[in-house]
Design a protein around this ligand. Structure first.
Ligand code: NZQ
Ligand code: ZN
Length: 402
């Protein structure tokens, strides 16, 4: 059963090849724009020139903050905030992947913050109590969904912390220009990492609860489309149709639409973020290294949903008429071979991950046992999933993922 909720996306989304045409209209209310971007990809693939031309014609004052690295850290946040404080932008425009979009949102709540923003928003998890500067996003990756949510993930490499703060509606981007063609220049590994990030965002919202909930059927459809388009894009990286499906699924998956009125898990992300804090590895790789051991660790506690995953997402069929509703209803825990079906679904997922060429173990990311205490320290245990992990469980999980 869906619980009560309020839903309103504050993000105006323009999607497709021509969406950049909307930028000049979106800039109209603003006089000064801080353009934030990464370490060079938008200059190589021409996106920067397109944006700069529109900005120059807009009559806005423009300042750039460039060089945002993947997994943006506290120091990058401080530098961007001090550049922004000198310039007083009334719009922050982010052009890049999740790292750039996240940094832009973190800056938006920090410019007028009277305290140290890292302390306030990330260590103390307080809400902003100051004006928030509007943000617009031009995503160039498909994966995080940052362009349609209020989350901003920032790291502190010295203390090995990577923390996501989910801010409120006022921090969501005001607009997002989502052009799937911008993802055509991602390499195979970046593409695969993004696809798997999307899959886990869907999984974290799907593997929770035992009730009949419309959202879970929506998630199954998105998972099937993602798997289909991921195979198409791996076969032909220039496949715009596949890229467009992946990009839209990415945006919806973490827009909060799929978590409204239902329980969610997020434990995989909690452990992956802690691993990311200790390794600086790509977010998608930290998830792929942990996912199979995690789901194999918890599936028996949510067996009905994992059977459904096998049947509805991976298309595994069974001859036994004893549970004709296996693809429709939960509560099939007593099925004779429920375990077997659930395991086969997970085997399909593992096979697909290998097809994508994803990292499948923590040792590939340089994780060693002496890092476990730091990883454990950075983990927040969530309670929405099928199994609430203890610290010992996390150690077992890390060892299984080694
Ligand atoms: O720095 P540039 O030159 O832009 O290069 C980037 C970077 O090296 C490159 N890239 C981006 N777009 C490209 C491109 N290369 C070629 N063509 C393009 N079109 O890709 C590399 C990775 O970029 P990054 O932004 O780090 O990747 P991603 O989009 O995966 O973002 C990862 C960050 O988002 C956080 C992650 O933790 C991580 O810090 N997340 C944010 C979330 C959110 N806001 O809701 C949720 C996620 O679960 C995640 O935690
Ligand atoms: Zn993620």
């Amino acid at each position: 059963m869906l619980g009560d909720f309020m839903y309103c996306s504050p993000v105006r989304v323009y999607f497709g090849r021509k969406c950049m045409r909307r930028l000049s209209r979106e800039l109209a209310p603003y006089k000064s724009v801080l353009l934030i971007y990464g370490t060079g990809s938008i200059k190589k693939n021409g996106i920067y020139d397109q944006i700069r031309e529109i900005l120059d014609l807009s009559g806005c004052r423009v300042r750039e903050f460039a060089g945002v690295r993947p997994n943006p850290d506290r120091d990058c946040l401080y530098r961007a905030v001090s550049a922004a404080r000198e310039f007083h932008p009334d719009l922050i425009l982010a052009a890049g992947g999740g790292s750039v979009c996240d940094l832009a949102k973190a800056v938006s709540v920090s410019i007028y913050c009277r305290e140290d923003p890292w302390q306030r928003y990330y260590l103390q998890m307080k809400k902003p109590d100051c004006p928030v500067v509007p943000v617009g996003c031009i995503p160039t990756t498909a994966g995080t969904g940052s362009e349609m949510n209020g989350c901003a993930v920032i790291s502190d490499p010295e203390r090995q912390l990577k923390i996501g703060h989910v801010f409120g509606d006022d921090v969501y981007p005001r607009f997002a220009l989502i052009n799937p063609a911008y993802t055509l220049t991602l390499n195979r590994q970046q593409t695969a990492c993004g696809i798997f990030d999307i899959m886990t965002h869907l999984c974290e919202q799907y593997f929770s609860g035992k009730d009949d909930c419309a959202t879970d059927y929506m998630i199954e459809g998105l998972m099937r489309s993602l798997i289909n388009s991921s195979r198409a894009v791996m076969a032909d990286p220039s496949d715009y149709e596949a890229r467009s499906n992946i990009m839209w699924i990415s945006s919806i998956a973490l827009s909060t639409l799929l978590s409204k009125g239902k329980k969610t898990d997020w434990m995989l992300h909690m452990v992956a973020q802690a691993v990311g804090a200790c390794t600086d590895a790509a977010h998608g790789s930290t998830l792929s290294a942990l996912a199979m051991p995690y789901y194999r660790f918890i599936y028996s506690a949510g067996i009905g949903r994992f059977v459904r995953f096998a049947v509805n997402v991976w298309g595994i069929r069974t001859d036994q008429v004893i549970y004709p509703g296996a693809d429709l209803y939960e509560g099939n825990e007593k099925m004779p071979d429920a375990e077997e079906l659930a395991r086969r679904g997970l085997d399909c997922m593992e096979q697909w991950m290998k097809e994508l060429g994803l990292v499948m173990s923590l040792s590939q990311l340089g994780v060693t046992e002496d890092m476990y205490p730091d990883i454990l320290r950075g983990i927040k245990i969530t309670k929405g999933g099928y199994r609430r992990l203890t610290k010992d469980d996390v150690i077992r999980l890390l060892k299984a993922a080694d």
